[in-house]
Design a protein around this ligand. Structure first.
Ligand code: NAG
Ligand code: NAG
Ligand code: NAG
Ligand code: NAG
Ligand code: NAG
Length: 319
């Protein structure tokens, strides 16, 4: 009779101790940007100061599409146990040790990868065992959009191209200045990079009869996030022309000066009557103008394309 009572009391005490020790999570879901750092926190109950030699903290990760868990970080009886760490986390996962005495087991993961997403188990043993799960989602915005405007010389068409990397897979839309949706004319393809990002390339091929500007929009449906780039045909062309003109004009001026010098020199030779200075002034200016207008027209036509513009978000940067 008494024996049963003591056993019952003992069991009650034991269950009270384990009920006393709890692990809580202040935040159940974390969303981290690819490449950034993330810290995930578990809190465990304490009474008084912590004796680290009695503390065991285990962090494990399980991906949605996998049945196996990966060791992220293990502290057993106050000592780090590196062999249990998955190679994926070596050098990237750490426990903020200074926080332990405050009852906080904070896991930090640096340079977050797409494969870090999943469910994290945090199990703590400190004179009692408890655990919780934390979810980590990783996103990568299509931040940097590379743009290119090319001319298909064989077909007399212009190809507008936008390329960017992100996660999850984005849809690409195209529109012109009048906000006409041109997505039906676009060809969007993607590949997966070694880092698990989607490398999305979208091209829009058009006849070059319109000197319009176009916008490509990357829509990250899951995050409901939009980034866009502006492809300006005219400005790209113009800056290219400016570049070449700045080279042609000085060349023409030099040639004109040399030519007029030659003419003057020959005239001086023919009529040595003491009036070479007036000739010089009259001749130089017209010849300079002629050189310019004759030389520039065929050149500018040939300068139509190709050009490259780079753009970030919705800004316009012509090269
Ligand atoms: C991420 O953490 C590492 C190591 O603690 C640090 O050097 C780096 O500056 C952090 N990066 C960011 C973006 O906070
Ligand atoms: C709380 O502290 C007392 C005395 O230091 C100790 O006997 C007991 O095991 C501790 N309980 C927990 C849950 O840490
Ligand atoms: C889209 O582009 C890819 C790669 O450039 C090409 O293989 C494919 O044939 C294109 N599809 C269409 C419909 O043009
Ligand atoms: C993405 O794809 C483009 C062409 O489709 C390629 O030039 C580029 O190197 C790729 N980037 C990465 C990081 O794989
Ligand atoms: C296209 O964009 C450029 C630069 O933003 C601008 O100068 C030009 O006027 C635009 N073209 C049209 C047709 O609106």
């Amino acid at each position: 009779m008494f024996q049963i009572l003591t056993v019952l009391l003992l069991e009650m005490q034991l269950s009270m101790v384990s009920a006393l020790f709890t692990v809580e999570v202040p935040q159940q879901l974390y969303i981290a940007e690819y490449g950034s750092n993330v810290t995930m926190e578990c809190r465990f109950s304490l009474n008084g100061s912590v004796d680290l030699r009695l503390l065991t903290v285990i962090w494990e990760q399980k991906r949605q599409d996998s049945s196996k868990s990966k060791g992220v970080y293990t502290l057993r009886n106050g000592k780090v146990v590196p062999p249990s760490q998955d190679p994926d986390y070596i050098g990237r996962a750490s426990l903020l040790h200074s926080e332990l005495k405050l009852g906080r087991a904070i896991l930090q993961i640096t340079k977050v990868k797409i494969t870090d997403a999943g469910s994290y188990l945090c199990l703590i043993d400190y004179q009692g065992v408890d655990y919780k799960y934390i979810a980590l989602e990783v996103k990568a915005s299509y931040k940097r959009i590379n743009t290119q405007v090319m001319r298909k010389t064989d077909e007399d068409k212009i190809v507008f191209m936008c390329q960017s990397e992100g996660f999850p897979l984005a849809e690409v839309f195209w529109r012109n200045e009048k906000s006409f949706n041109l997505s039906g004319l676009a060809n969007t393809t993607y590949t997966l990079t070694a880092d698990g990002l989607y490398n999305v390339t979208s091209t829009l091929t058009l006849k070059p009869n319109t000197n319009e500007n176009y916008t490509c929009v990357f829509w990250n449906k899951k995050l409901n996030e939009e980034t866009s780039a502006h492809l300006a045909l005219m400005s790209a062309q113009y800056s290219r022309q400016k570049l070449v003109m700045s080279f042609i004009i000085p060349t023409c001026v030099t040639v004109a000066v040399l030519l007029s010098a030659l003419i003057i020199f020959q005239k001086r030779k023919t009529f040595q009557n003491g009036q070479p200075r007036k000739e010089k002034k009259r001749k130089r200016n017209p010849s300079l103008k002629d050189e310019n207008s004759d030389d520039l027209n065929p050149q500018t036509e040939a300068l139509y394309l190709p050009t490259v513009t780079a753009s970030r978000d919705s800004g316009i940067v012509g090269l």
